[in-house]
Design a protein around this ligand. Structure first.
Ligand code: UD1
Length: 335
């Protein structure tokens, strides 16, 4: 049985990926510093799968702790989620973002290189494309100058991995996520935003639950079918499964080059108003919202060309936007 380290394994995407890994028979060891997650998630994962993952509360910025973890745990691969992810905050605190998102990545890769641990999966983002010139976005689209420090940490992260793979003959895959939403069907794990949600779906569900007065729709003057911005919303369980597909590709030596990257989305673009309409249907009630000015840094439209990921990873999404919104709403109601 392969043992996989999942950093940030108690977070939103991490926890869903741990469940899918365990379902596939992998042994999982989680590192999480609990800075943006709750320890209860460990119990919830155990309730879903019947297997308690190993857990270490470690801050990956502390190099000695990272080394000591690898000294005492033998792992066959690493899926690296642990990172700061708030776009606005990243512009206010660039050094904190570089220290955490880049520093931790370097320490992990150093330990892997020193111990010849080969398989590495990295959480990247469609944000690396900025506003792409052509839609849907395929993997050949050029990387645009990052709009935020957060985005830059993903671009630099990919470069660090690519250079390390080349120099040390390691194998890695970066998954460029579009917009992950939803919750596990058990409604035991989901997204737990701290404070006022910045992302659309948690803001919608909190508004519907009465925790927020109304949703502000950021801009209705975009060049899209209804004027609101378009994104590719992917169910978190489908996204989690893409990690297992990527890991198996590396383990089975099916990768074509040392460092590969894939777009992970549904291929379907939905506008903010389309999401609101779909949510109202899923929740069976109207949502309070108003149109306001555009949010700084937002792009008009992004959705994935999933051809390469579908073919190379032998993976495709199975869940619809409606299912994802229904799960997100159930999750919210249960909080
Ligand atoms: C954001 C991040 C991106 C990150 C992704 C996933 C930015 C600029 N980008 O993407 O780097 O990978 O989250 O977590 O923040 N919207 C509203 N009202 C709201 C919130 C959002 O109208 O209260 C709109 C936005 O303008 C956007 C869409 O909903 O058009 C989705 O927004 P959001 O969920 O924040 O994701 P992104 O901005 O696409």
């Amino acid at each position: 049985m392969k043992k996989i380290l999942v950093t940030g394994g108690l977070g939103f995407i991490g926890s869903h990926t741990v469940v899918e890994l365990q379902n596939k028979g992998f042994e999982v060891v989680i590192i999480d510093d609990l800075s943006n997650s709750k320890i209860d998630v460990l119990e919830k994962i155990t309730e879903i799968t019947g297997i308690k993952p190993l857990f270490h509360k470690i801050d990956l910025r502390v190099k000695a702790d990272v080394t000591s973890f690898f000294d005492t745990n033998k792992v066959d691969g690493v899926i690296h989620f642990a990172a700061f992810k708030a776009v606005g905050e990243s512009i206010q605190k660039p050094l904190a973002y570089y220290e955490n998102n880049i520093g931790s990545l370097v320490y992990l890769l150093q330990e892997m290189k020193n111990r010849s641990i080969d398989h590495f999966i990295f959480s990247s983002s469609c944000t690396v494309y900025g506003q792409a010139d052509a839609l849907p976005i395929n993997e050949n689209a050029p990387i645009k100058k990052a709009e935020s420090t957060y985005g830059n940490t993903k671009q630099i992260g990919e470069e660090i991995i690519a250079e390390s793979c080349k120099a040390y003959n390691m194998n890695a895959i970066a998954l460029r996520y579009f917009n992950p939403i939803g919750a596990h069907e058990s409604i035991k794990i989901g997204e737990l935003p701290i404070g006022v949600p910045q992302n659309l779906i948690p803001f919608i569900t909190q508004t519907a639950a009465g925790l927020r007065k109304e949703l502000s729709v950021f801009g209705a003057d975009y060049d899209t079918s209804d004027g609101t911005a378009v994104r590719d919303y992917i169910h978190v369980v489908d996204l989690a499964k893409a990690h297992i597909a990527a890991l198996e590709r590396l383990i089975n030596k099916k990768n074509k080059v040392n460092f590969e990257f894939f777009n992970v989305g549904t291929g379907i673009g939905s506008s903010v108003l389309e999401v609101i309409t779909a949510f109202e249907k899923a929740a069976g009630k109207p949502l309070n919202y108003k149109i306001v000015d555009r949010r700084e840094g937002d792009i008009t439209a992004a959705y994935a060309d999933t051809t390469t990921a579908n073919k190379e990873l032998n993976w495709k999404t199975e869940k619809s936007l409606d299912e994802a919104l229904a799960a997100a709403w159930k999750w919210q109601q249960q909080q």
